[in-house]
Design a protein around this ligand. Structure first.
Ligand SMILES: Cc1ncc(COP(=O)(O)O)c(C=O)c1O
Length: 389
């Protein structure tokens, strides 16, 4: 028996894995010390738990645990990377304004702080993306200049799953001594990430996309690169190597660590599993319905992602008719007035097709029965709506 609604929105957030919850629980009431209390056992135990979690997060992306700066999530991590690097440069009198390079398909956690820097006089280049949502190293090379102080390109897109060629972009940035920030939120636990091979200097991560708790994430900061060390946004106790003051949320950090440990253990099997469920869903939809367009790259994409536009249908009616599955629509509800997705617009979809798009995000807890049910349900609903117009 399939339980409804079926959760197929694993790019928005993921269910906290019960093993993660179990790992967190003792840190609310039994081991509740402040990790910064150095004079007693309560503090030492909390600090030990934070150290272990830091190692677990670092291990998943093959980096030195000292590079991990815990934040409240990826929004804060990206704000820290962007504002923390650019604001000090804006204050320097007599030098030309710093230049930032990014692209149209980034998450708002990257685009909005960059736009804010633009309003305070940074020069910003927002590159277009190709029809699959990708940015090429050549595009970046064409606009890199002596004033470029930061390049920010995501590893995998949260709407269409497209994976960018970060290794090549990072090589280019390194050859010009320009720091590269990379939002790797959607890739964490879904693709193997090796921080050293990736070559980015600053990487944003979030626990709640990898079956961990909400409200905790990290900025990975490459040690030894002075140009890539952000100025802290918060002043206070100097936690996290001076980069993020504030008492550490030990239970959340423990949960993030446990989530990363589990993700590392199951990554390959889970990726194969969700990508085969995604392929089943797509083969059912594409063989039983016509007028569909897949959004994103045909091969360079996240395993559980399927983003489809439905021709000849009204997007709002489609969304309102799909109560038994939890998916995202092509309208981003980030404001009072839902706006057509800026990512689907960036890859050239019309507003009408953008609104009539669904993002399926398949994850750890989805079953083949759920995918079968969802396929039947979408086919039947789309046919009904098309026949009624
Ligand atoms: C690609 C991407 N970047 C950043 C974020 C923001 O992460 P957080 O919710 O941890 O602030 C999200 C989550 O929606 C995301 O998908």
């Amino acid at each position: 028996m399939v339980q409804k609604p079926i959760y197929l929105d694993n790019h928005a957030t993921t269910q906290c894995d019960p093993r993660v919850v179990a790992a967190m629980l003792p840190y609310f009431s039994e081991t509740f010390g402040n990790a910064a209390s150095t004079s007693h056992r309560f503090g030492w135990e909390a600090q030990d738990a934070v150290d272990q979690a830091r190692e677990q997060v670092a291990a998943l992306i093959n980096t030195d645990p000292r590079n991990v700066v815990f934040t409240s999530g990826a929004t804060e991590a990206s704000n820290l990377a962007i504002k923390g690097l650019i604001q000090p440069l804006l204050r320097k009198s007599g030098s030309p304004p710093p230049n930032i390079i990014t692209n149209k398909a980034e998450h708002r956690a990257t685009l909005d702080p960059i736009k804010k820097m633009q309003r305070t006089d940074a020069a910003v280049t927002i590159l277009p993306v190709d029809e699959s949502g990708r940015v090429t190293p050549e595009q970046v090379a064409d606009v890199l200049c002596d004033e470029t102080s930061l390049v920010s390109i995501m590893l995998a897109n949260n709407e269409i799953g497209t994976i960018n060629p970060i290794v090549e972009i990072a090589e280019l940035c390194r050859s010009r001594n320009v720091p590269l920030h990379c939002d790797a939120v959607q890739a964490l636990g879904r693709l193997p990430i090796d921080f050293e091979e990736l070559g980015a200097d600053l990487v944003s991560l979030s626990a709640h996309k990898v079956y961990g708790p909400k409200g905790i994430g990290a900025l990975i900061v490459r040690r030894g690169n002075r140009r890539a060390r952000p100025e802290p946004l918060l002043d206070g106790g100097g936690h996290e190597n001076g980069l993020r003051s504030g008492t550490l949320p030990v239970p959340s950090i423990v949960g993030f660590g446990a989530a990363c440990q589990i993700a590392g253990d199951v990554l390959q099997v889970e990726s194969d599993n969700v990508s085969s469920l995604r392929d089943v869903l797509w083969s059912r939809l594409s063989s039983e319905l016509d007028g569909l367009q897949v959004n994103g790259h045909p091969t360079e994409k996240l395993p559980g992602n399927l983003n489809v536009s439905f021709e000849g249908i009204d997007g709002d009616v489609l969304m309102n008719s799909l109560k038994e599955i939890a998916v995202s629509s092509g309208s981003a509800c980030t404001s009072a007035e839902p706006e057509p997705s800026h990512v689907l617009r960036a890859i050239g979809r019309s507003d009408q097709l953008t609104r009539a798009s669904l993002r399926f995000g398949i994850g750890r807890f989805n079953t083949p029965e759920e995918i079968d049910y969802a396929a039947d349900y979408v086919v039947e609903t789309v046919n009904r709506l098309r026949n009624s117009t």
